[in-house]
Ligand binder design. Structure first.
Ligand code: UTP
Length: 285
């Protein structure tokens, strides 16, 4: 009942962050002292996952290079006696067992998940959308894995959003069976407030049943445009339990400039050395 593999769909175009993302993977933008993608990978590892599966696309080579050895750099650091940095670089390449699968066309999140089929076949797997960075005591994926281990089935992260934000997200419907845990019976993609079944929005963390794969295949057969993960999960709830868990923690959407900037400020405020710098700039003192 544990979750050993975690999928990272990172093949999106990142249009909300243009022109930066014209040539740069948004997942490689820095959050204080390491790239955004590193936070997601650390979360997966801390949640018990052993294999990281990146679904990549054009202009994402830098992610592969980041998690790989860099012999030239390591050699120079060693020769110059910068051993702390040298071991830090080695650690990055050894921290995770990463597999890369290319999504040839950005045909949607559902299609990206389907690209992971050769590796995740037949078992429950995690999905992390690394744009959503969570700050808090317990990793959000770990919160979902615990519910999966206790209740079985698929689990998705939920956040209660305001009236204005309902139309920006996939919104879940279902019955609250325990405080903060819903048994889902459906979901609507970006509804008008009047049509929304709840205020609980689906955020970028999932534990998914292997049964999601045939449902995504079915969509692929009929779909003209993007293949939506939400559509397949809406089908999945008809045959298997899907739980929605209101996560504990604070989320930053680092796929937008505002969210990315906010996350940097928050994380810098939590850093002993950087805290004073931020306060000095903000207060002008
Ligand atoms: P987003 O909706 O954030 O799209 O995708 P995006 O392209 O990354 O960014 P914008 O909206 O254009 O600014 C949600 C997640 O799904 C992945 C993205 O990389 C992101 O992690 N994704 C999306 C894929 O891997 N493939 C796709 O075809 C679409």
């Amino acid at each position: 009942m544990t979750v050993k593999k975690c999928l990272f769909p990172v093949a999106g175009l990142g249009t909300r962050f243009l022109p930066v993302t014209k040539e740069l993977a948004k997942e490689m933008l820095p959050l204080v002292n390491r790239p955004i993608i590193s936070y997601g990978v650390e979360e997966a590892l801390a949640s018990g996952c052993e294999n990281i599966v990146m679904i990549t696309g054009r202009a994402k080579h830098s992610i592969e290079n980041y998690f790989d050895r860099s012999f030239e750099l390591e050699d120079i650091l060693k020769k110059r006696g910068k051993l702390e940095l040298y071991y830090k670089m080695i650690h990055i390449s050894e921290m995770a067992d990463v597999i890369y699968i290319r999504q040839h066309e950005p045909l949607g999140l559902g299609h990206a998940v389907l690209c992971g089929e050769p590796v995740c076949k037949g078992e429950y797997f995690g999905v992390i959308l690394p744009d959503d960075v969570f700050v808090g005591a317990e990793p959000v994926l770990s919160q979902l894995v615990k519910v999966h281990e206790r209740l079985g089935g698929s689990v998705i992260a939920l956040e209660r959003v305001s009236d204005e934000d309902v139309s920006r997200y996939g919104i879940a419907s279902g019955e609250e069976v325990e405080p903060g845990i819903f048994k889902l019976d459906g979901m609507v993609e970006k509804p008008k407030l009047a049509d929304a079944p709840s205020h609980y929005a689906i955020m970028g963390r999932y534990v998914l049943s292997p049964e999601i794969v045939p449902l995504l295949h079915k969509q692929q057969a009929g779909a003209g445009g993007e293949i939506q993960l939400t559509d397949a999960i809406r089908e999945l709830v008809k045959s298997e339990p899907v739980w929605g868990v209101v996560y504990q923690g604070r989320r930053f959407d680092c796929g937008t400039q505002k969210g990315w900037l906010s996350a940097n400020i928050q994380l810098a405020l939590e850093d002993e050395e950087l805290r004073d710098v931020v306060i000095r700039i903000v207060t002008g003192k």
